[in-house]
Ligand binder design. Structure first.
Ligand SMILES: Cc1cc2nc3c(=O)[nH]c(=O)nc-3n(C[C@H](O)[C@H](O)[C@H](O)COP(=O)(O)O)c2cc1C
Length: 357
């Protein structure tokens, strides 16, 4: 249905207009009484084998929505109804900001990929606090960034300010130091700076909500030794988990006509790289730190591959644009089938199965 009817119409629009139209529709659907329950009845019934409890949170599916799609937490109920086990909203900055000039989002259909240089366009942490007021059917994590105008020396204060405004409403926080579209942001993931930032955010969160998980989202573009140092630093600082990975600046092997656009590349071309980094992270942390695998997941097989090399959870964004709203339910069903095929009764048993000694 989506591939035959909705996608051709949406893809005729400029990419960001299509995004706002689809997200606006989802937000509206979320406000219509009974509609999300109806959708959830069709799509959000993950097999019990997909259930896990992490950080005291019950996750009905290991598949979550990656950050950047619902930047202002406008449509959480609908994403939950589609079968996502958790939703990551943001990136949010303490003060609202417009992001980069448009156009800033590009489709590369030949590569099943997107390039974006949105630049953390968002309505600010106050606005998000209001949007997250109220109940929910799945955990909602808030991805935190710094405002473009904030110099790196004061970046920590931006993260802390958002924590103060949002701790009462979030089920977890993600420290985003890996988006390529905020100048200087990625230098915060260097080991020393990262340790300091993670320590500061953790104590701010612990003072308010001791049980909330705090994760760090890393870039796929670091040198191997630097990546290892950042993982070690985050782990030593006491982070609750890692998200691997954000978009890449690499343009290797692309065919799409928009491949020269500046920004972060997501989707299929990122799949193998992010999977390799998940395996590396799992080894570096000896399987002790939950890893959220993200990058180019478009099928149950892709998700399962990431789980088997060490991801406890997986997320996606780009594939939803290409495959449409029934994708999470299809991935859930496929994952349950793969677990059965391998004689496993719970998804947790598959985590890291291919890299354990
Ligand atoms: C248009 C767009 C906007 C994004 N915005 C954010 C963001 O604000 N914060 C963030 O941490 N990641 C952001 N991401 C990265 C995704 O969360 C994800 O890490 C990346 O796209 C790889 O997953 P995918 O291949 O399934 O899309 C964005 C991705 C896209 C395509």
């Amino acid at each position: 249905m989506y591939a035959r009817f909705a996608r051709p119409l949406l893809f005729r629009l400029e990419a960001e207009r299509a995004h706002h139209l689809a997200l606006g529709g989802a937000a509206l659907a979320g406000r219509l009484p009974g509609l999300t329950a109806l959708i959830a009845g069709q799509l959000a019934r993950p097999d019990p084998s997909l259930m896990q409890t992490l950080w005291g949170q019950r996750l009905s599916s290991p598949l979550g929505l990656a950050a950047g799609l619902d930047k202002n937490a406008e449509a959480v109920p609908v994403f939950t109804a589609l079968g996502f086990g958790f939703v990551e909203v943001g990136t949010v900055t303490p003060r609202p900001q417009p992001g980069n000039p448009q156009p800033r989002l590009f489709r590369l259909p030949e590569d099943a990929a997107l390039i974006n240089r949105m630049g953390f366009n968002n309505a600010g942490a106050d606005h998000m606090a209001r949007a997250l007021h109220g109940g929910r059917h799945a955990p909602v994590w808030v991805n935190l960034g710094k405002n473009k105008q904030t110099p790196n020396e004061q970046a920590a204060e931006d993260y802390l300010q958002s924590v103060r405004l949002l701790a009462a409403y979030a089920d977890g926080f993600v420290i985003n130091v890996s988006s390529p579209n905020t100048p200087g942001l990625r230098s915060l993931q260097a080991a020393d700076e990262l340790a300091e930032l993670v320590g500061a955010v953790l104590s701010e969160v612990r003072a308010r909500r001791p049980a909330l998980p705090v994760l760090v989202k890393l870039s796929p573009d670091m040198q191997e030794a630097d990546f290892a140092a950042s993982v070690d630093a985050a782990a030593a600082a006491g982070v609750s988990g890692l998200i691997v990975s954000n978009t890449t600046l690499s343009r290797e092997g692309l065919r799409g006509v928009r491949r020269a656009e500046a920004g972060g590349l997501s989707g299929r071309p990122l799949e193998a790289r992010s999977t390799a980094l998940i395996a590396q992270s799992y080894r570096l942390t000896a399987g002790k730190l939950p890893i959220v695998g993200v990058g180019g997941v478009s099928s149950a097989q892709d998700a399962y591959r990431k789980i088997r090399v060490g991801a406890s959870l997986v997320e996606l964004y780009t594939a939803l644009i290409y495959a449409g709203p029934t994708l999470p339910a299809r991935i859930n069903a496929g994952l349950a089938g793969l677990l059965r095929r391998d004689g496993l009764t719970q998804v947790g048993e598959a985590v890291g199965a291919d890299v354990r000694d």
